[in-house]
Write a protein that binds this ligand. Sequence first.
Ligand SMILES: C[S@@+](CC[C@H](N)C(=O)[O-])C[C@H]1O[C@@H](n2cnc3c(N)ncnc32)[C@H](O)[C@@H]1O
Length: 235
Amino acid sequence: MDLTPRLEAIAKSIDECYIIADIGSDHAYLPIYLIKSGQAQKAIASDINKGPAEISKSRIKLNGLEGYIEVRIGDGLKVLDNGEADIIVVAGMGGLTMRDMLSESIDIARGAKRIILQPMRDSRTLIRWLVENDFQVINGEIIKENNKFYEIIWACYKENSYYDRNVKIINESMYYKNTPVLHEYINSKIDEYTKVLEDLKAYNTPNILKRIEECNKELEDYRKVMSWLSLNVEQ
Ligand SMILES: C[S@@+](CC[C@H](N)C(=O)[O-])C[C@H]1O[C@@H](n2cnc3c(N)ncnc32)[C@H](O)[C@@H]1O
């Protein structure tokens, strides 16, 4: 079974583990792949909705892996016991949902050796929460799939790892692998905000003026990221 580049990048980063939990698994592609490849010995595929959990169950059965992958229905990390999963993956949901999920079950999140997150949006807010709650961001990477960019963040809990609680800037240049795709992603953000500002400049209602200010700040920040990345080319 082939994974899409996004799930493949997650799978590739997993050396070997005893139990992996895929939260919001939907179709259970990742756990099935990791069991088949021998990278995980057991897996938990969870979902908050019964429909996706049923799809997972039938795919697991089809692959004859009922003895290796358990399907659980429930909200976020609450389906896990503390210390039960070595690796917790949460992919394909919003960053704010992920942040809430982690903070509601912080002991379970702290108990995992590694947490792998693939937020669909609000990744900076998610990273800020991780850093402020003593999760070390070990790595980050941008993956391109079907002309869309996906962010992946690898983290783990380390007590008192947030050394500078006054840090104001959290951005991709600090945590993400400096690759050509990251440059492409930051440039796409610069283009996106430039276009939004161009479209908004004809209006001057208080709400639009506030939005213009926010977009200008984002644009300035992405330009800064681009210049820092260009100074430190790894690729
Ligand atoms: C877009 S799918 C992502 C599937 C898979 N993880 C992937 O990345 O390809 C999101 C899944 O997360 C589930 N989900 C949303 N909120 C959840 C929560 N709080 N706890 C568990 N699952 C959740 C949805 O039901 C859906 O099946």
